[in-house]
Write a protein that binds this ligand. Structure first.
Ligand SMILES: *Cc1c(COP(=O)(O)O)cnc(C)c1O
Length: 424
Protein backbone atom coordinates (compact mmCIF):
# COMPACT_ATOMS: atom_id res chain seq x y z
CA UNK A 1 0.00 0.00 0.00
CA UNK A 2 1.46 3.32 -1.03
CA UNK A 3 1.40 5.58 1.97
CA UNK A 4 0.51 9.13 1.08
CA UNK A 5 -1.61 11.68 2.81
CA UNK A 6 -1.20 14.63 0.51
CA UNK A 7 -4.91 15.21 -0.18
CA UNK A 8 -5.62 14.87 3.51
CA UNK A 9 -2.88 17.37 4.35
CA UNK A 10 -4.33 19.85 1.85
CA UNK A 11 -7.84 19.42 3.24
CA UNK A 12 -6.58 19.93 6.78
CA UNK A 13 -4.90 23.14 5.76
CA UNK A 14 -8.11 24.44 4.13
CA UNK A 15 -10.11 23.29 7.17
CA UNK A 16 -7.88 25.30 9.48
CA UNK A 17 -9.09 28.46 7.71
CA UNK A 18 -12.83 27.78 7.93
CA UNK A 19 -13.42 25.28 10.77
CA UNK A 20 -12.31 26.01 14.35
CA UNK A 21 -9.08 24.11 14.90
CA UNK A 22 -9.69 22.37 11.56
CA UNK A 23 -11.94 19.83 13.28
CA UNK A 24 -13.58 19.40 16.68
CA UNK A 25 -15.10 16.70 18.81
CA UNK A 26 -14.46 12.99 19.11
CA UNK A 27 -13.58 12.49 15.45
CA UNK A 28 -10.74 15.00 15.51
CA UNK A 29 -7.49 13.12 14.92
CA UNK A 30 -5.47 15.97 16.41
CA UNK A 31 -4.75 13.90 19.51
CA UNK A 32 -4.19 10.59 17.73
CA UNK A 33 -0.85 9.22 16.45
CA UNK A 34 0.70 11.41 13.75
CA UNK A 35 -0.31 9.63 10.55
CA UNK A 36 -4.06 9.31 11.16
CA UNK A 37 -5.91 10.95 8.27
CA UNK A 38 -8.68 13.39 9.17
CA UNK A 39 -10.93 13.12 6.12
CA UNK A 40 -12.49 10.09 4.46
CA UNK A 41 -13.90 9.42 1.06
CA UNK A 42 -15.74 6.13 1.24
CA UNK A 43 -16.86 3.34 3.52
CA UNK A 44 -18.15 -0.11 2.63
CA UNK A 45 -18.71 -3.11 4.87
CA UNK A 46 -15.83 -3.21 7.35
CA UNK A 47 -13.62 -0.86 5.31
CA UNK A 48 -12.90 2.82 5.23
CA UNK A 49 -10.97 4.74 2.56
CA UNK A 50 -9.28 8.06 3.22
CA UNK A 51 -9.22 10.84 0.63
CA UNK A 52 -5.88 9.57 -0.67
CA UNK A 53 -7.38 6.18 -1.42
CA UNK A 54 -5.78 4.24 1.46
CA UNK A 55 -8.02 1.46 2.74
CA UNK A 56 -8.40 0.54 6.40
CA UNK A 57 -10.17 -2.22 8.28
CA UNK A 58 -12.14 0.14 10.50
CA UNK A 59 -12.29 -0.95 14.14
CA UNK A 60 -13.89 2.34 15.19
CA UNK A 61 -17.02 1.63 13.18
CA UNK A 62 -17.87 5.32 13.02
CA UNK A 63 -17.34 5.37 16.81
CA UNK A 64 -20.18 2.92 17.25
CA UNK A 65 -22.91 3.23 14.61
CA UNK A 66 -21.57 0.65 12.14
CA UNK A 67 -22.90 -2.67 13.43
CA UNK A 68 -23.94 -4.48 10.24
CA UNK A 69 -21.37 -2.97 7.89
CA UNK A 70 -21.17 0.37 6.12
CA UNK A 71 -23.66 0.65 3.29
CA UNK A 72 -25.71 -2.38 4.34
CA UNK A 73 -27.97 -3.18 1.42
CA UNK A 74 -31.28 -3.91 3.17
CA UNK A 75 -30.94 -1.12 5.70
CA UNK A 76 -29.97 1.46 3.12
CA UNK A 77 -32.71 0.31 0.74
CA UNK A 78 -35.27 0.94 3.49
CA UNK A 79 -33.74 4.36 4.07
CA UNK A 80 -33.68 5.35 0.40
CA UNK A 81 -37.19 4.08 -0.26
CA UNK A 82 -38.58 6.14 2.63
CA UNK A 83 -36.47 9.17 1.74
CA UNK A 84 -37.85 9.22 -1.80
CA UNK A 85 -41.44 9.24 -0.58
CA UNK A 86 -40.92 11.80 2.19
CA UNK A 87 -38.37 12.11 4.96
CA UNK A 88 -38.39 15.39 6.90
CA UNK A 89 -42.02 16.44 6.57
CA UNK A 90 -44.49 18.57 8.56
CA UNK A 91 -45.29 15.55 10.68
CA UNK A 92 -43.83 12.11 11.27
CA UNK A 93 -44.44 9.09 9.05
CA UNK A 94 -46.07 5.87 10.18
CA UNK A 95 -42.56 4.50 10.71
CA UNK A 96 -42.52 6.41 14.02
CA UNK A 97 -45.33 4.28 15.42
CA UNK A 98 -43.87 1.09 13.95
CA UNK A 99 -40.44 1.85 15.42
CA UNK A 100 -41.86 2.60 18.86
CA UNK A 101 -43.76 -0.71 18.67
CA UNK A 102 -40.64 -2.58 17.55
CA UNK A 103 -38.38 -1.12 20.23
CA UNK A 104 -40.82 -1.62 23.09
CA UNK A 105 -41.26 -5.22 21.92
CA UNK A 106 -37.50 -5.69 21.79
CA UNK A 107 -36.46 -4.02 25.06
CA UNK A 108 -38.08 -5.67 28.06
CA UNK A 109 -38.21 -2.71 30.46
CA UNK A 110 -39.71 -0.37 27.87
CA UNK A 111 -43.38 0.58 27.51
CA UNK A 112 -42.89 3.69 25.41
CA UNK A 113 -40.34 5.32 23.10
CA UNK A 114 -39.35 8.84 22.13
CA UNK A 115 -37.04 9.63 19.22
CA UNK A 116 -34.36 12.22 18.76
CA UNK A 117 -31.10 12.62 16.84
CA UNK A 118 -28.11 12.17 19.12
CA UNK A 119 -27.27 10.26 22.25
CA UNK A 120 -26.92 13.57 24.06
CA UNK A 121 -30.56 14.38 23.22
CA UNK A 122 -31.66 11.09 24.77
CA UNK A 123 -29.57 11.37 27.95
CA UNK A 124 -30.62 14.99 28.42
CA UNK A 125 -34.29 14.06 28.04
CA UNK A 126 -33.76 11.24 30.53
CA UNK A 127 -32.43 13.74 33.06
CA UNK A 128 -35.35 16.12 32.49
CA UNK A 129 -37.93 13.34 32.74
CA UNK A 130 -36.41 12.10 36.00
CA UNK A 131 -36.53 15.61 37.45
CA UNK A 132 -40.06 16.10 36.19
CA UNK A 133 -41.13 12.73 37.60
CA UNK A 134 -39.61 13.26 41.04
CA UNK A 135 -39.82 17.04 41.28
CA UNK A 136 -36.29 16.65 42.67
CA UNK A 137 -33.01 17.90 41.25
CA UNK A 138 -29.99 15.77 42.12
CA UNK A 139 -28.59 13.22 39.70
CA UNK A 140 -26.00 10.69 40.76
CA UNK A 141 -23.48 9.69 38.08
CA UNK A 142 -20.36 7.55 37.75
CA UNK A 143 -17.14 9.54 37.72
CA UNK A 144 -15.55 9.54 34.25
CA UNK A 145 -18.59 8.12 32.44
CA UNK A 146 -19.50 9.76 29.14
CA UNK A 147 -23.11 10.84 28.67
CA UNK A 148 -22.74 13.35 25.84
CA UNK A 149 -21.62 16.85 24.93
CA UNK A 150 -24.22 19.15 26.52
CA UNK A 151 -23.17 21.64 29.23
CA UNK A 152 -24.41 19.32 32.00
CA UNK A 153 -22.17 16.42 30.89
CA UNK A 154 -19.47 17.44 28.42
CA UNK A 155 -15.99 16.31 29.58
CA UNK A 156 -14.30 19.63 28.74
CA UNK A 157 -15.23 22.47 31.08
CA UNK A 158 -14.62 25.39 28.68
CA UNK A 159 -17.87 27.31 28.23
CA UNK A 160 -19.53 25.45 31.09
CA UNK A 161 -20.73 27.25 34.23
CA UNK A 162 -21.01 25.95 37.78
CA UNK A 163 -24.77 26.28 37.46
CA UNK A 164 -24.70 23.87 34.50
CA UNK A 165 -23.11 21.28 36.81
CA UNK A 166 -25.22 21.97 39.89
CA UNK A 167 -27.11 19.11 41.56
CA UNK A 168 -24.71 16.36 40.51
CA UNK A 169 -23.03 13.87 42.81
CA UNK A 170 -20.45 11.33 41.60
CA UNK A 171 -19.67 7.73 42.52
CA UNK A 172 -17.09 5.14 41.47
CA UNK A 173 -18.48 2.66 38.93
CA UNK A 174 -19.07 -0.82 40.37
CA UNK A 175 -18.45 0.40 43.92
CA UNK A 176 -21.53 -0.15 46.10
CA UNK A 177 -20.27 1.89 49.09
CA UNK A 178 -19.38 4.78 46.84
CA UNK A 179 -22.82 4.62 45.20
CA UNK A 180 -24.50 4.55 48.61
CA UNK A 181 -22.43 7.53 49.77
CA UNK A 182 -23.41 9.50 46.67
CA UNK A 183 -27.09 8.71 47.22
CA UNK A 184 -26.73 9.73 50.85
CA UNK A 185 -25.16 13.02 49.78
CA UNK A 186 -28.16 13.62 47.53
CA UNK A 187 -30.30 13.34 50.66
CA UNK A 188 -33.99 13.84 50.01
CA UNK A 189 -33.28 15.38 46.59
CA UNK A 190 -32.44 12.29 44.50
CA UNK A 191 -33.99 12.42 41.02
CA UNK A 192 -31.98 9.73 39.25
CA UNK A 193 -29.01 7.41 39.18
CA UNK A 194 -27.24 7.32 35.81
CA UNK A 195 -25.30 4.19 34.91
CA UNK A 196 -23.35 3.11 31.86
CA UNK A 197 -24.16 -0.52 31.09
CA UNK A 198 -20.46 -1.31 31.30
CA UNK A 199 -17.59 0.94 32.32
CA UNK A 200 -16.35 2.07 28.92
CA UNK A 201 -14.49 5.23 29.88
CA UNK A 202 -11.48 6.36 27.86
CA UNK A 203 -7.89 5.72 29.05
CA UNK A 204 -8.80 3.11 31.67
CA UNK A 205 -9.56 -0.59 31.46
CA UNK A 206 -13.17 -1.43 30.72
CA UNK A 207 -15.20 -3.21 33.40
CA UNK A 208 -18.32 -5.33 33.18
CA UNK A 209 -21.01 -4.36 35.71
CA UNK A 210 -20.94 -6.16 39.04
CA UNK A 211 -24.51 -7.49 39.39
CA UNK A 212 -24.49 -6.50 43.09
CA UNK A 213 -23.79 -2.89 42.09
CA UNK A 214 -26.49 -2.88 39.42
CA UNK A 215 -29.03 -4.40 41.84
CA UNK A 216 -28.11 -1.87 44.55
CA UNK A 217 -28.63 0.98 42.08
CA UNK A 218 -32.13 -0.39 41.39
CA UNK A 219 -32.91 -0.72 45.12
CA UNK A 220 -31.68 2.76 45.96
CA UNK A 221 -33.82 4.27 43.20
CA UNK A 222 -36.85 2.38 44.47
CA UNK A 223 -36.21 3.42 48.10
CA UNK A 224 -35.97 7.07 47.05
CA UNK A 225 -38.67 6.94 44.37
CA UNK A 226 -36.01 8.09 41.92
CA UNK A 227 -35.48 6.83 38.36
CA UNK A 228 -32.73 4.46 37.27
CA UNK A 229 -31.28 5.48 33.90
CA UNK A 230 -29.06 3.19 31.82
CA UNK A 231 -27.10 5.01 29.13
CA UNK A 232 -27.06 2.34 26.43
CA UNK A 233 -26.12 4.79 23.66
CA UNK A 234 -22.79 3.08 22.96
CA UNK A 235 -23.35 -0.52 24.04
CA UNK A 236 -27.02 -0.87 23.07
CA UNK A 237 -27.65 -4.05 21.01
CA UNK A 238 -23.91 -4.81 21.05
CA UNK A 239 -24.10 -6.83 24.26
CA UNK A 240 -27.67 -8.12 24.14
CA UNK A 241 -30.81 -8.03 22.01
CA UNK A 242 -32.41 -6.24 24.96
CA UNK A 243 -31.21 -3.44 27.25
CA UNK A 244 -27.62 -4.26 28.22
CA UNK A 245 -28.52 -4.56 31.91
CA UNK A 246 -30.84 -7.45 31.07
CA UNK A 247 -27.54 -9.38 31.31
CA UNK A 248 -27.38 -8.62 35.05
CA UNK A 249 -31.12 -8.95 35.59
CA UNK A 250 -31.79 -5.27 36.34
CA UNK A 251 -34.49 -3.23 34.63
CA UNK A 252 -33.96 0.51 34.46
CA UNK A 253 -36.85 2.98 34.30
CA UNK A 254 -35.30 4.81 31.36
CA UNK A 255 -32.69 3.78 28.80
CA UNK A 256 -30.96 6.01 26.26
CA UNK A 257 -30.09 4.64 22.81
CA UNK A 258 -28.26 5.89 19.74
CA UNK A 259 -25.19 4.96 17.70
CA UNK A 260 -26.00 1.50 16.25
CA UNK A 261 -29.82 1.51 16.34
CA UNK A 262 -30.09 2.47 12.66
CA UNK A 263 -26.64 1.25 11.56
CA UNK A 264 -25.35 4.79 11.01
CA UNK A 265 -28.47 6.68 10.03
CA UNK A 266 -29.10 9.60 12.34
CA UNK A 267 -31.54 8.68 15.06
CA UNK A 268 -31.46 8.12 18.80
CA UNK A 269 -34.14 7.05 21.26
CA UNK A 270 -35.22 7.23 24.84
CA UNK A 271 -37.15 4.22 26.10
CA UNK A 272 -39.11 4.21 29.32
CA UNK A 273 -41.24 2.26 31.74
CA UNK A 274 -44.94 2.88 32.30
CA UNK A 275 -44.44 4.83 35.52
CA UNK A 276 -42.41 7.52 33.73
CA UNK A 277 -44.89 7.93 30.86
CA UNK A 278 -46.69 11.01 32.20
CA UNK A 279 -43.40 12.68 33.15
CA UNK A 280 -42.13 11.99 29.62
CA UNK A 281 -45.31 13.40 28.09
CA UNK A 282 -45.02 16.65 30.01
CA UNK A 283 -41.51 17.87 29.17
CA UNK A 284 -41.01 19.92 26.01
CA UNK A 285 -38.68 18.00 23.78
CA UNK A 286 -38.37 18.34 20.02
CA UNK A 287 -36.08 19.09 17.09
CA UNK A 288 -36.38 20.01 13.42
CA UNK A 289 -35.07 16.60 12.31
CA UNK A 290 -36.27 14.37 15.15
CA UNK A 291 -39.29 13.08 13.24
CA UNK A 292 -37.60 12.43 9.90
CA UNK A 293 -38.98 9.17 8.56
CA UNK A 294 -36.02 7.72 6.64
CA UNK A 295 -33.76 7.07 9.67
CA UNK A 296 -36.77 5.42 11.36
CA UNK A 297 -37.23 3.12 8.37
CA UNK A 298 -33.50 2.32 8.56
CA UNK A 299 -33.83 1.56 12.25
CA UNK A 300 -36.76 -0.80 11.59
CA UNK A 301 -34.62 -2.68 9.07
CA UNK A 302 -31.74 -2.77 11.59
CA UNK A 303 -34.02 -4.16 14.31
CA UNK A 304 -35.18 -6.87 11.96
CA UNK A 305 -31.55 -8.01 11.56
CA UNK A 306 -31.07 -7.80 15.34
CA UNK A 307 -34.06 -10.12 15.82
CA UNK A 308 -33.47 -12.51 12.93
CA UNK A 309 -29.71 -13.02 12.61
CA UNK A 310 -26.81 -14.33 14.70
CA UNK A 311 -25.13 -10.91 14.42
CA UNK A 312 -24.38 -10.78 18.14
CA UNK A 313 -22.75 -14.19 18.33
CA UNK A 314 -20.86 -13.34 15.13
CA UNK A 315 -19.37 -10.09 16.51
CA UNK A 316 -18.43 -11.90 19.74
CA UNK A 317 -16.67 -14.67 17.79
CA UNK A 318 -14.79 -12.10 15.66
CA UNK A 319 -13.80 -10.18 18.79
CA UNK A 320 -12.55 -13.32 20.50
CA UNK A 321 -10.51 -14.29 17.45
CA UNK A 322 -8.93 -10.83 17.45
CA UNK A 323 -8.23 -10.89 21.18
CA UNK A 324 -6.57 -14.29 21.11
CA UNK A 325 -4.51 -13.45 18.03
CA UNK A 326 -3.26 -10.15 19.46
CA UNK A 327 -2.35 -11.70 22.81
CA UNK A 328 -0.35 -14.36 21.06
CA UNK A 329 1.43 -11.86 18.79
CA UNK A 330 2.20 -9.55 21.73
CA UNK A 331 3.65 -12.46 23.68
CA UNK A 332 5.93 -13.43 20.81
CA UNK A 333 7.60 -10.02 21.04
CA UNK A 334 7.63 -9.75 24.81
CA UNK A 335 4.74 -7.30 25.23
CA UNK A 336 1.63 -7.62 27.39
CA UNK A 337 -1.61 -6.07 26.19
CA UNK A 338 -4.50 -5.08 28.42
CA UNK A 339 -7.50 -6.14 26.37
CA UNK A 340 -10.59 -5.34 28.41
CA UNK A 341 -14.34 -5.24 28.11
CA UNK A 342 -16.58 -7.44 25.97
CA UNK A 343 -14.67 -8.93 23.02
CA UNK A 344 -17.06 -7.21 20.58
CA UNK A 345 -16.21 -3.79 22.12
CA UNK A 346 -12.45 -4.16 22.54
CA UNK A 347 -10.24 -1.67 24.36
CA UNK A 348 -6.59 -2.44 23.72
CA UNK A 349 -3.83 -0.80 25.73
CA UNK A 350 -0.28 -1.74 26.68
CA UNK A 351 0.82 -2.81 30.09
CA UNK A 352 3.67 -0.68 31.37
CA UNK A 353 3.02 2.30 29.07
CA UNK A 354 2.51 5.30 31.38
CA UNK A 355 2.98 7.96 28.69
CA UNK A 356 1.21 6.17 25.85
CA UNK A 357 4.42 5.96 23.81
CA UNK A 358 4.11 2.25 23.02
CA UNK A 359 0.45 2.54 22.13
CA UNK A 360 1.01 5.52 19.82
CA UNK A 361 3.90 3.90 18.00
CA UNK A 362 2.07 0.59 17.60
CA UNK A 363 -1.26 2.11 16.53
CA UNK A 364 0.50 4.29 13.98
CA UNK A 365 2.35 1.28 12.57
CA UNK A 366 -0.95 -0.61 12.30
CA UNK A 367 -2.57 2.31 10.52
CA UNK A 368 0.14 2.24 7.87
CA UNK A 369 -0.68 -1.44 7.37
CA UNK A 370 -4.35 -0.78 6.77
CA UNK A 371 -5.72 -1.29 10.29
CA UNK A 372 -7.58 1.56 11.97
CA UNK A 373 -7.26 1.12 15.76
CA UNK A 374 -7.55 3.61 18.61
CA UNK A 375 -4.98 3.89 21.40
CA UNK A 376 -7.31 4.81 24.27
CA UNK A 377 -10.97 4.57 23.22
CA UNK A 378 -12.93 1.33 23.04
CA UNK A 379 -13.46 -0.02 19.55
CA UNK A 380 -16.23 -2.05 17.91
CA UNK A 381 -16.65 -5.14 15.79
CA UNK A 382 -19.02 -5.20 12.81
CA UNK A 383 -20.66 -8.25 11.26
CA UNK A 384 -19.07 -7.16 7.96
CA UNK A 385 -15.64 -8.18 9.24
CA UNK A 386 -14.39 -11.60 8.15
CA UNK A 387 -11.98 -14.04 9.74
CA UNK A 388 -9.54 -13.00 6.99
CA UNK A 389 -9.81 -9.35 8.15
CA UNK A 390 -9.02 -10.42 11.69
CA UNK A 391 -6.09 -12.54 10.52
CA UNK A 392 -4.75 -9.65 8.43
CA UNK A 393 -5.05 -7.44 11.52
CA UNK A 394 -3.13 -9.90 13.66
CA UNK A 395 -0.37 -10.17 11.03
CA UNK A 396 -0.12 -6.38 10.85
CA UNK A 397 0.00 -6.29 14.64
CA UNK A 398 2.78 -8.84 14.67
CA UNK A 399 4.93 -6.71 12.35
CA UNK A 400 4.08 -3.60 14.37
CA UNK A 401 5.15 -5.28 17.64
CA UNK A 402 8.42 -6.19 15.97
CA UNK A 403 8.98 -2.58 14.88
CA UNK A 404 8.06 -1.35 18.35
CA UNK A 405 10.60 -3.63 19.93
CA UNK A 406 13.28 -2.53 17.48
CA UNK A 407 12.52 1.14 18.17
CA UNK A 408 13.72 0.87 21.78
CA UNK A 409 12.81 3.53 24.37
CA UNK A 410 10.40 6.16 23.04
CA UNK A 411 9.71 9.74 24.17
CA UNK A 412 6.40 10.44 26.01
CA UNK A 413 3.42 11.41 23.84
CA UNK A 414 3.19 15.15 24.35
CA UNK A 415 -0.27 15.63 22.90
CA UNK A 416 -1.60 13.05 25.33
CA UNK A 417 -0.11 14.89 28.31
CA UNK A 418 -1.78 18.04 26.95
CA UNK A 419 -5.14 16.28 26.68
CA UNK A 420 -4.97 15.01 30.26
CA UNK A 421 -4.17 18.51 31.49
CA UNK A 422 -7.29 19.84 29.67
CA UNK A 423 -9.68 17.27 31.12
CA UNK A 424 -8.41 16.98 34.70
C1 LIG B 1 -21.77 8.62 22.21
C2 LIG B 1 -22.38 8.55 23.57
C3 LIG B 1 -23.29 9.51 24.02
C4 LIG B 1 -23.63 10.73 23.21
O1 LIG B 1 -24.15 10.40 21.98
P1 LIG B 1 -24.07 11.46 20.78
O2 LIG B 1 -24.83 10.86 19.69
O3 LIG B 1 -22.62 11.64 20.47
O4 LIG B 1 -24.67 12.73 21.30
C5 LIG B 1 -23.87 9.34 25.25
N1 LIG B 1 -23.56 8.28 26.02
C6 LIG B 1 -22.68 7.35 25.63
C7 LIG B 1 -22.41 6.20 26.52
C8 LIG B 1 -22.05 7.46 24.41
O5 LIG B 1 -21.15 6.55 24.02
Amino acid sequence: MAWTNSKDAALRERAMAVIPNGMYGHQSVMLLPDDYPQFYDRAQGAYLWDTDGNRYIDYLCGYGPNLFGYGHEAIDAAYVDRMKRGDTMTGPGQAMVELAEALTAQVSHADWAMFCKNGTDATTMAMMIARNFTRKKTIVLAKGAYHGAAPWCTPLKNGVTEADRANQVFYEYNNVESLEAAVKAAGSDLAAIFASPIKHDTFVDQELPDPAYARRARELCDEHEALLIVDDVRAGFRLARDCSWSLVGVKPDLSAWGKAIANGHPISALLGAEKARFAAATIYATGSFWFSAAPMAASLATLKLIRDTDYLERTIALGERLRAGLDEAAGRHGFTLRQTGPAQMPLIMFDDDPTGAKAYFWNNALLKRGVYFHPWHNMFMTTAMTDADIDHTVEAADVSFKLLKAAGPLPPVEKLAFLHSMVD
